[in-house]
Write a protein that binds this ligand. Sequence first.
Ligand code: 4FN
Length: 245
Amino acid sequence: MKIEVVTLFPSMITGALAFGVLGRAVERGLLQVGTEDPRAHTSDVHRTVDDRPYGGGPGMVMKPEPLLAAIRAAHARLPAGSPRVYLSAQGERFGQAQAQELAGLPGMLLLAGRYEGVDERVIELGIDRELSVGDYVVSGGELPALTVIDAVARLLPGVLGDERSSSEDSFAQGLLDWPHYTRPEVFEGREVPPVLLSGDHASIRRWRLRQAVARTWERRPDVIDRARLQSEARDVLDEFRGEKS
Ligand code: 4FN
């Protein structure tokens, strides 16, 4: 997959993509990420990318000419069918379903805003879709863009090792994670649940499923997706529903 990020801070994007699973995906050519800096599309001596808002008020707005030029230059490097996405507070909420959808595309352009945001006409003329990573104030769209890139890249074939596929993530089945443990067996007086040391793989699977269902029910009832649960998980969930209501 090919991704282009339009940003005033390209090194925030390229820097973050040097590490871990994403770093390896880029090294192996499974993921290709380019950047376009609107400042490169200015012609004045001060290389101006922002201006004061019409109507007054505090803060600055990203001015339209260099921004739309940067979007067009970056979009020209992407395969046909690559949407232009503006990361913004006004967008549709980005979740695992949106990540799945984007992972099926050949490419995408991500626009990261700064200041108070972009001139509205850039959205009208140069953007296909708006996505939001959540309801909090951030200083720029770069970290939201990286969040989208990370969540999407993990779903691309070959990005995770053979030993672990994204469809095995418990969240992919509509549940939170079960608790994880590693050595030592006793840490600061706290023991690993004995079932995990039993070697009884059927019991371990049942325990983990129960833990995942219980935590999701208690902490995030909003993310339980009954439809995506396996029949065994649905049975455990129905037990919980019976006990708690
Ligand atoms: N944010 C809110 C309401 C109004 C503005 C903001 C805000 C970065 C350029 C946009 C924010 C949130 C989720 C990008 C926040 C996101 C952004 C995102 C974002 C600088 C202008 C700005 C009601 C959500 C608190 C600043 C709420 N997902 N403005 O943060 O880009 O992607």
